[in-house]
Write a protein that binds this ligand. Sequence first.
Ligand code: JFZ
Length: 429
Amino acid sequence: MNAPVPDSLFLPPEKKAWFLHDRFGMFIHWGLYSLAARHEWVKSREEISNVDYQKYFDHFDPDLYDAREWARRAKAAGMKYVVLTAKHHEGFCLWDSKVTDYKATNTPGGRDLVAEYVAAFRAEGLKIGFYYSLIDWHHPDFKADIFHPERNRDPDAFNKGRDVTRYAAYMRDQVRELLTGYGKIDVIWFDFSYPDRPYNGLAGKGREDWQSEELLRLVRELQPDIIVNNRLDLINATGELPDVTTPEQYVPQSWPVIHGEKATWEGCHTFSGSWGYYRDEESWKSPEQLVQILVDAVALGGNLLMNVGPTARGTFDHRAIAALDVYGEWLRLHGRAIYGAGASDYVAPKDCRLTQRGNRLYVHVFNWPFAHLHIPGLGGKVAYAQLLHDASEVRWIDPHAPVDSNVGVRIAADTLTLELPVKKPNVTV
Ligand code: JFZ
């Protein structure tokens, strides 16, 4: 039942080196829900039947979709890898799957959107990922449960004759298509398991339902080096989860530890709150927040997968483009503090985060102080200091100098006291 899976099904650390180096990827949530434009869970939230959801399929026509434009924007934003929802919970497939008719090629759009995506992003040099939903609110063998749009109608009648083992086989068929039809795939992002979430007599779903171990074996057989996220509800003998753990819309307080070891982790975040395109959402993050989310992740040894929800016509809307531009501009000047960098063992001063790459330490000042930044533990250890965006020298106060009567307080020898410009330089954010 709950038998742990063998360690061999998990990726050894050296195969995760590219992922840890690259740090920053683009998540793309795109599907029929992009037409509703009010959250990718709209079918569940509003308990919409297949019949009533059909209008989105019938009107799906992303005539402005240009995957090369998306790829150029991702690259310009400083993103190094990308994960596209090949299928989200609604069950709609963006590729020309042979095992369902519920796919983009059967809509007015009429194209294999995944094929164009893979070719375009690969051409820009990004690593390629697929998000594949374990949840499927359209498949005829998927039973109603706590999240299902039919959960409150007549779920017992709905579930009659539905066979989850056939659904698990369907998933393997689809994953096989995705992992054999598009060349080398670098990431697969399964979503998600909820074995402990019953609802009015309806069971939640987890590894038994998905046949997670078999699915993972298939993935490893087809793409031995692929990074698999942790939402298959699997553990190995030491209780560790698959290759990367994925806190969602949450900035951890400290580096996430799983069974005593610092985990490989990737935070995922949205620009506006929802993942799918949400026309009327007002909660778009500020430029400062966008940058801080990225810095926060890397300072705690993690990655950031930042989401774009394209419109149903296949465009990034102007708010998403503005947000991507924030990253592009910031990373052009500060990428050295992100790529190939990670957590530092030094302790960050107040309102700051530290990232480190070799013997270079980067101090990210979230709240610009007046004139002096004290960094305990660094006194006497630094050869040179500069602002990163313009390489201008930052001087410091010599703790051994005679105490100036104006200051009147001796600086501890182990503290580095930097002299910052009074006004925070304009570094775009
Ligand atoms: C999942 C998806 O449901 C969501 O639409 C998006 O794709 C995100 C990246 O992943 O988010 C979750 C996952 C788990 C729960 C809720 C949302 N949960 O356990 O309630």
